[in-house]
Design a protein around this ligand. Structure first.
Ligand code: GLN
Length: 238
């Protein structure tokens, strides 16, 4: 029986800076190369989030766009929370990472309400944290690129999945990056992050396959090009 995963991409038009849509392409290709079919749903403002989503993706955006999706996100919050509790795999980058938390207070004092699914809170600062990043993680060194003013604080620091090697990470202070809660991966890494971090991409894929089919059985792929790109990115200055 052939396997199929349903990938839902939240706000692919509105929330897509620094190539975050590439994460969808990377996951789709890495699944197809292993013979798994992929169904993709693009979920914009006013669209229904599919109940059978196996992987949900979200990207980053400017503060004004985060504010523009706030009301729509509130309508989607209960379904997203249910999917999260049921173990659906999610990758939420920067702006969407912030919005999965309780709130994001912007530099001009606007309080954007988040969904309260991740136990985090984000407060904007007047410093913008920009540049290449590298984190030590259970899936090896993850390289990326960050650009945010928001500083994210985790209620429980043990939920961070990365230790900062280069960059600011969650807030520039505690040397931590991201949040892993249920199967939701929040991160400040753009890039798109999965293109240069194939082991991280496969961690998401494995979790989704195990949840749906009980096992992942991923055959290895030739990641020569992806790993060369990661090496080049790692050698770059901040
Ligand atoms: N607007 C948010 C911030 O500056 C998120 C930015 C982003 O998604 N890159 O913190």
């Amino acid at each position: 029986m052939s396997r199929v995963l349903h990938v839902a991409h939240l706000y692919p038009v509105e929330m897509n800076i620094y190539g975050d849509t590439g994460n969808r392409i990377v996951l789709t290709k890495r699944l197809e190369w292993r013979g798994t079919d992929v169904k993709v749903s693009l979920v914009g403002i006013g669209d229904e989030l599919p109940n059978d989503s196996d992987i949900v993706l979200g990207g980053g955006a400017q503060d004004a766009v985060q504010s523009a999706v706030e009301a729509d996100l509130a309508r989607k919050a209960s379904k997203l929370a249910r999917l999260a509790e049921e173990g659906a795999v999610m990758l939420m980058v920067c702006g969407m990472y912030q919005l999965l938390g309780r709130r994001f207070v912007t530099a001009d004092g606007q309080d954007i309400k988040g969904m309260g699914i991740l136990p985090i809170e984000t407060l904007a600062s007047h410093d913008r944290m920009i540049g290449n990043t590298a984190y030590q993680t259970p899936w090896g060194t993850v390289v990326g690129y960050e650009n945010h003013s928001g500083k994210t604080f985790l209620d429980d620091q043990s939920l961070a999945w990365g230790k900062v090697i280069k960059g600011a990470g969650n807030n520039g202070a505690d040397q931590l990056e991201g949040c892993l809660y249920h199967n939701i991966f929040g991160t400040y890494s753009h890039g798109p992050v999965l293109s240069k971090n194939p082991h991280f991409a496969d961690e998401l894929i494995s979790r989704a396959l195990i949840r749906k089919y009980g096992k992942s059985n991923l055959k290895s792929l030739d990641d020569t090009v992806e790993l060369a790109a990661a090496k080049t990115a790692l050698a770059r200055s901040r």
